[in-house]
Write a protein that binds this ligand. Structure first.
Ligand code: AMP
Length: 226
């Protein structure tokens, strides 16, 4: 389906809820690019600047990058032509100042957030999923879970055959820290979007295809209502 009106979808959910996996499916269905702030920051790993080095250290420790750097990165990304008709944002916003900055950026363009699907998953389940997570070394959105969604050939990505790796911040300690930060800092965002009547809950414990179907149903309904 291609979109006639600009579509701004904010995919929210704790680490391990399946944002990356679902984003792959939604970007194809809606024909809009998937922008993950985590991917933007990971792609900076080969840049030799003080800011890039600081960001890599912050990420490896499981901490959030500063609002200032994150907002600046998103502002730059939203200027690119490929997102002129909308975008599927994943991992942003994560704090209230980021949500407010996003609203202001979109308002400058005469636009607004369309819908905020929230992939709902409990803390313990999130930690379990993260520790078993392996991602493709070529494309981190190709994610596998050794227990619930293993690759067809052990250690290889089903899509591009590249070796699978574990993220540096997917150790049990860093994962628990990131997940706790999510519940402390990002949960208040749910209230922000609930008040604006654009928040939609999706049960992230269901099988991948069922979650995708529920996401599409709720996003389509929000587009029609919007
Ligand atoms: P993710 O791939 O979304 O789990 O993000 C990986 C890491 O990138 C996070 O643990 C943070 O260090 C950083 N990061 C990604 N998005 C944001 C954000 N919106 N605000 C602050 N830090 C972020």
């Amino acid at each position: 389906m291609s979109v006639a009106v600009p579509l701004y979808i904010l995919l929210m959910g704790v680490q391990g809820a399946g944002k990356g996996t679902q984003a792959q499916k939604l970007k194809e269905y809606y024909g809009i690019p998937h922008v993950s702030t985590g991917d933007i920051f990971r792609d900076m790993k080969n840049q030799d600047t003080p800011l890039a080095r600081e960001i890599q250290q912050t990420m490896a420790a499981g901490n959030l990058v500063s609002d200032e750097s994150t907002i600046a990165a998103v502002r730059e990304r939203l200027k690119k032509g490929d997102v002129a008709d909308g975008v599927l944002l994943d991992g942003f916003p994560r704090t209230l100042p980021q949500a407010q900055a996003l609203d202001a950026m979109l308002a400058e363009m005469g636009r607004k957030v369309t819908v905020v699907p929230y992939l709902d998953l409990r803390r313990e389940e999130a930690i379990e999923r993260i520790v078993d997570r392996w991602i493709c070394s070529q494309n981190s959105a190709h994610a596998y879970n050794l227990k619930t969604n293993p690759p067809q050939v052990a250690g290889k990505c089903d899509i591009d055959d590249a070796p699978l790796i574990q993220r540096k911040d997917d150790t049990p300690e860093a994962a628990a820290k990131r997940i706790d930060a999510f519940f402390a800092q990002t949960m208040p965002l749910l209230d922000y979007y609930r008040e604006r009547q654009i928040l939609r809950y999706i049960d992230a414990r269901n099988p991948i295809d069922q979650v995708t179907a529920e996401l599409i149903e709720k996003i389509d309904a929000a587009i029609k209502a919007g």
